[in-house]
Design a binder for this molecule. Sequence first.
Ligand SMILES: *Cc1c(COP(=O)(O)O)cnc(C)c1O
Length: 433
Amino acid sequence: MLFKSTRSDDTVSFKKAILKGCPLDGGLFIPASVPDMRQFFLYMDSGTVYTELVSAISPSFLEGDVNPIVAARVAESAFDFEPEVQQLDEKFSILKLYNGPTGVFKDFGIAFLAAIIEELNNDKVMVLTAARHDTGVSIARAFRGRKNITAVILYPSGPIRGLDESVFVQNGGNIIPIQIKGYFDDCQRIIRSAMLDRGFAERYNITSANAVNVGRLLPQAFYYLYAFVKLKKSIADDLVFSVPCGNFGNLIAGLYAWKFGLPVHGFIAAMNANNSFGDFFSGRTFNPALTPLITNSPAMDVCYPSNYERMFSFYQESPAVMRNMVFSEAVDDTTTIKTIRSAWEKFGILLNPHSAVAFAAAEQAFAEKDNGSHCVVLATGHPAKFADFVSRITGQNITIPQEFAMLKNISKPTALIPAELDALESSIAAAAG
Ligand SMILES: *Cc1c(COP(=O)(O)O)cnc(C)c1O
């Protein structure tokens, strides 16, 4: 599979696309053409293990770079957790994507990226990532101990939580957490200038594992195919997926799954009160708000989705098809709370607020127009990550897995530096030698 920028037609391999992170023209990498992968997954049955599906699909991304045996090794080394599909009734199933180390679906893309970089690279490489909240933990977990890789995690000001200090470089590991005196955007800006600084980039062979890297995004298509494989026997109706959206990476991955051949009838783009992107889907002008509203599903408090150009490229190619493929629904905080309560009462499931937005959006969409579909709701976060909130609404005691309790521990960064490239380079030199 070849990739190109959203802003030009020059193509690069998957390996190049993931090692560069972003094209130099400021766009985002997207597939230049999408292979039909039905031959790899349509025959799979409900007994299929996640790593089997990943090993069957991923060689198509990596044409020439990876054979099926290597693909199986990558899948095994990436995933010691898997998605879980639970059918609730005739109309609804949930796809639980929170069994990874930090309890959010982002663990899936990060785990695959770390394993594939280790496999494809024979040289030493340094992976720079800007992180906040638990993403840093997910990165540290996925990259720890990987051969020839050093992972530098840049944090904005504020407490850093959940890291295991035994994997830090100074303790013999390969992880370097560095704190910048500044905001998350400053971390991203410094990484961009590091990638553009030829001397620096070549000395350390730098790449980035940021959220828009196709090596994180595309593997998220795997679990949509997995949901189909698990449900196809028990469900006669067309499938629809309801996806809780922030930067729209997860939904884009679903759209690629559809392009790969997933039999799907449509996608519900579920948003909280930050729903101005909804206008885009109905063909109206998208006027992004300047500051996000604070809601009870904070990972979705986004005004201008970082995947905008990718979404736009789908609509540019076939606007009429897309208008019948993606439907947006906005869900307010009160409805989110009601849905957490009713999902518990009706189905005995505990929903994290982000997953509840997707569930409510699906119910709203079916109330408007029930076209006889079966909806798979993506549960993107573990209920225990919002334990107090979910517990207050449902009256249930929520056990917090031990790994999550550790996510609260505060750790000390290897260095604390001003938001400047020089400072970053000297602290990396001091830590990595
Ligand atoms: C990041 C996140 C989202 C939003 O996903 P996007 O790919 O940015 O649209 C939804 N739910 C949870 C729990 C998240 O962490």
